[in-house]
Design a protein around this ligand. Structure first.
Ligand SMILES: [Zn+2]
Length: 279
């Protein structure tokens, strides 16, 4: 017999969400996991029981923080914040996954704060980005993407104790918990000379699966590695491809995947919607 609170309608965010997954009877847990993506089982190394707990915790988290309605929430500062974050979508890999370029060296926390964006709102921006990736760009439950992690402009101080890095860490923790196994490949480029020292420390802490997917490129290797994964016309000229997107932002904001995203948010802003924007 299910308590009404445990039935599937709890996903409706007006209703209370269930208690911690570990406190649920196995039959209830099973029922809540009818739609669990197999990524969760992979993330837990084949341990289905652990995967179910994790999936229900993700559902709880989504309900608690209004993640299911994030994309329908007006977000007037979107374009400005996105520009200051330095991350963009750009084209597709040879395997058909979309390509996401993350440039932590461009993340301008000071200017973002000066624009009146709180840490929480900035975190929501990253989640908005994730929701758009996995609900609009590619909404298949098991979809993955290629991430280009461009470390240009990043200093050792940023990496060790800077505010940008502590923010990136807190967001990464959320993304790893609730969007697991979403990377086909992570290509790290413009690696500073001291990075290898840090990588030696970080590597043993990472999952073997993540290490296998991560390619650290030095100098000229970057273009060669990127071109093996991404066709030249899909890769910015700055990275060794032939793409030169039109407009002032070029490939870093001018690609159709980006302008479509901007258009998407502009339409939500025009329509209005849920009061009490998360941003
Ligand atoms: Zn381009």
């Amino acid at each position: 017999m299910f308590h009404p609170q445990f039935n599937l309608t709890w996903r409706n965010e007006d209703r209370p969400f269930p208690p911690a997954a570990t406190a649920l009877p196995p039959a209830v847990l099973d029922r809540l996991c009818f739609d669990m993506p197999s990524r969760y089982v992979a993330a837990e190394m084949g341990d289905v029981a652990k995967a179910k707990v994790r999936w229900v915790e993700t559902k709880r988290w989504r309900a608690e923080h209004g993640i299911n309605s994030l994309l329908a929430t007006p977000y007037p500062k979107f374009s400005r914040v996105r520009e200051l974050c330095g991350h963009v979508f750009h084209g597709h890999s040879r395997d058909g996954h979309f390509v996401y370029i993350e440039r932590p060296g461009k993340l301008n926390i000071k200017t973002i704060k000066a624009a009146g964006v709180s840490d929480e709102a900035l975190q929501m921006h990253y989640l908005h980005n994730c929701e758009y990736q996995w609900s609009v760009l590619d909404n298949r439950l098991e979809a993955v993407c290629v991430t280009v992690l461009d470390l240009e402009g990043i200093g050792m101080r940023d990496m060790i104790g800077g505010s940008a890095m502590s923010f990136v860490k807190s967001v990464s923790k959320l993304l790893q918990a609730h969007y697991p196994v979403r990377s086909a490949k992570i290509v790290v480029i413009n690696v500073p000379s001291w990075f290898n020292m840090i990588w030696k420390v970080v590597k043993p802490l990472l999952h073997e699966r993540t290490i296998k997917k991560t390619m650290i490129c030095n100098g000229a290797d970057a273009a060669k590695t990127l071109l093996e994964i991404i066709a030249p016309d899909q890769l910015p000229a700055q990275y060794g491809g032939t793409c030169r997107c039109a407009g002032p932002r070029g490939c870093f904001g001018g690609h159709k995947l980006e302008t479509d995203y901007e258009q998407f948010v502009a339409e939500v802003n025009t329509r209005g919607g849920a009061a009490g924007s998360a941003f």
